[in-house]
Design a protein around this ligand. Structure first.
Ligand code: NPG
Length: 387
């Protein structure tokens, strides 16, 4: 399943010519989820989404910041992102030449943390750079797939029968993998009932840090369900306990929250803390680190897959471009637009084909057209920074 070996892909991460950004905008939009989404750390009904738009020489680029209003998945929030963008990161990017997305990473490297805010800028720059060359981000980063295999992540429900109905409905739509959110009190019975209803397909669970090493014996019972993986069972900043747990489990552990950058990925694999890694471009600060994690894993024969953060069409278009890379060999959390939103911010919403794949946009940059009228109608704040 993995695509082991040294990456051989050619990448074009630079713009057609060195870029001097004339403006960077931070826009906040609101979107209400079609169905509330509950994880071990809470329930989401709606998102406020910070979007980034960059302009240089008449070419624009769009990015999305995946921070939430509360620091529950990670330490960042929309408020902290707006602060570091306005007061630290954007001033560091304006009025200097930037040739490639790696220059954006380099200009921001001295600032600690705040990967989600940094990612918004890297994403917008990558879109702009690829558009300036008239190529898609998929082509720019050396993606080899034109459609990527996808799964769906199903939240905690009121009852097990409601969840089982959700599972069967999404299997019928073609999704190649079902991921269940688990937490203490919503785990073994739930996974058992879903396994009975969906005996053969790819099934995984995601605990979002809800357990401790003291739960090892409990978690070992998940081995009976032939899971594709157990995602992030222990603390967000842990690797040592995960290594002990991985030794005790037959199931593969996949790390998410514990991997904020490529160095952490290398450490986790060296320690045996996991056998799989989920890459979220927003969690790791953007393309530079996401590509680094991809390559680190590929070199070691470790498959990766693309995580999701309930992105709107802009962030999801970036996810699709990233997931076109060869070592993304497991289905990603990249569902159809209609699973999240009544109306997406792009003119052609993403859909899942009957074979359980989503097409990677082929137009320049992220390859989607933004629905500007709709975007304006859901905008709640707009800041513009000029050179
Ligand atoms: O399809 O975008 C999606 C959601 C996938 O389960 C998903 N994301 O922990 O991975 C996660 C979870 C999440 C969602 C985390 C929102 C944080 C915010």
């Amino acid at each position: 399943m993995s695509t082991a070996g040294t990456p051989t892909t050619t990448r074009t991460l630079d713009a057609a010519a060195p870029v001097r950004l004339s403006s960077i905008e931070v826009r906040l939009i609101t979107l209400t989820l079609v169905r509330p989404f509950e994880t071990s750390f809470g329930r989401v009904d709606a998102r406020v989404v910070p979007l980034i738009r960059m302009v240089a020489d008449g070419v624009e680029g769009w990015g999305e910041v995946v921070a939430d209003t509360q620091p529950l998945f990670g330490a960042e929030t929309i408020t902290t992102a707006r602060h570091v963008l306005a007061d630290c990161f954007i001033p560091a990017l304006l009025n200097r030449p930037l040739s490639a997305v790696t220059d954006v990473a380099a200009a921001l490297r001295r600032f600690k943390g705040h990967q989600m805010a940094k990612a918004g800028l890297e994403l917008a720059f990558m879109d702009l750079a690829a558009r300036s060359r008239g190529i898609s981000i998929r082509e720019a980063i050396g993606g080899t797939r034109t459609a990527v295999p996808v799964g769906v992540s199903l939240g905690i429900e009121q009852t097990i029968p409601i969840l089982v109905d959700q599972v069967l409905a999404h299997v019928a739509q073609g999704y190649q993998r079902i991921k269940l959110k688990i937490k203490p009190g919503w785990d073994l019975d739930v996974v058992g009932a879903v396994r009975d209803a969906y005996p053969k397909g790819w099934l995984s669970v995601d605990a979002n840090t809800a357990y401790t090493l003291a739960d090892t014996e409990h978690l070992r019972q998940l081995d009976a369900f032939d899971l594709l993986m157990i995602e992030q069972p222990l603390a967000h900043d842990d690797m040592v306990d995960h290594a002990a747990l991985q030794r005790a489990l037959r199931s593969d552990i996949c790390l998410d929250e514990s991997i904020p950058h490529a160095r952490a990925a290398a450490h986790a694999l060296a320690l045996g803390s996991c056998r799989l890694i989920n890459i979220k471009i927003g969690r790791v600060g953007g393309y530079t680190e996401a590509l680094g994690i991809h390559d680190t894993c590929q070199t070691r024969g470790v498959p990766v897959w693309c995580g999701g953060m309930l992105e709107c069409g802009i962030g999801r278009a970036h996810n699709l471009a990233l997931a076109s890379l060869p070592n993304f060999s497991l289905p990603g959390d990249i569902s159809a637009s209609k699973r999240y939103w009544h109306r997406d911010v792009i003119t052609s919403p993403f859909d899942v084909a009957a074979d359980g794949t989503v097409a990677v946009p082929s137009g320049p940059g992220i390859g989607v057209t933004i629905d500007h009228d709709f975007l304006e109608s859901i905008t709640i704040d707009h800041q513009q920074f000029t050179a």
